[in-house]
Design a protein around this ligand. Sequence first.
Ligand SMILES: NC(=O)c1ccc[n+]([C@@H]2O[C@H](COP(=O)([O-])OP(=O)(O)OC[C@H]3O[C@@H](n4cnc5c(N)ncnc54)[C@H](O)[C@@H]3O)[C@@H](O)[C@H]2O)c1
Length: 262
Amino acid sequence: MRRFENKVIVVTGAAAGIGEATVRRFVREGGKVVIADYAREKADALAVELQGQGAEVMAVYFSAVDLESCRKLIGVAGEEFGRIDVLVNNVGGTDLKRDTDVEKMDIGYFDEAFHLNLRCGLYLIQQVIPYMEKSGGGAVVNVASIGGMTADFRGTYYGAAKAGVINMTKYAATQLGKKNIRCNVVAPGLVLTPAALRNLPEAMRCLFVRHNVLDYLGAPEDVAATIAFLASEDAHYITGQTLVVDGGLTIHNPTVADIMEK
Ligand SMILES: NC(=O)c1ccc[n+]([C@@H]2O[C@H](COP(=O)([O-])OP(=O)(O)OC[C@H]3O[C@@H](n4cnc5c(N)ncnc54)[C@H](O)[C@@H]3O)[C@@H](O)[C@H]2O)c1
């Protein structure tokens, strides 16, 4: 499949994990990709590797919590390639030392958590509208999390901001549909990114597999494939939706795993 021939795609948080897998997927399907990340060296190395294989890609330094940096990213991408067809708002995350439970969380972390997970994506959508409008439409895919749909014992800001991403996407989809700009969400469950593989204790991994419907945990490529689908013409009648990519973790009663073992 080469669904993105002659298309320009901007991916944020693109130097590692789900973002990197997404870049590789779009490149494999013929797209020209802007690799936006604050990890300069990693982003540059990925760009050099893919350029060596003949891909049209460009690494751009961008800091998700800085509006000026977000504005510059879209300006540079538009200038370099002349158009922007797809925006993947992938960057996100949280500091779980500060983003704990309601009783103990650090209120001083509120702005940063929301800027990283919600404001950045919303502002980038605002910035790409003129480009997409000029070329007759486009697609936005926002990466949320099952943490934006269900609660946990920590990561309160993260979950609230990701819930915001899900509903913000419906607003954007509603307001931009007549311009032929589709906006959708991918909500991953636990994904075995290199960082997760390094940091996730074996016991925790087993716990997640036990509660998953499928008997394994997802890889970044699984999420990348879903992002590419929603960004492609195959999804041309889908907008404002959230596609959960979690191996069935959140579809069932939480007691199922325990009852099945009895
Ligand atoms: N990995 C998971 O299990 C999982 C689960 C649910 C949702 N998600 C969501 O998927 C997205 C990607 O997650 P991941 O685990 O692949 O990410 P990651 O932590 O591996 O980071 C991906 C990239 O984002 C860059 N980045 C981080 N903060 C940045 C900032 N402020 N400015 C610019 N670049 C920045 C990093 O340098 C890195 O290259 C995030 O929105 C995350 O919330 C991930």
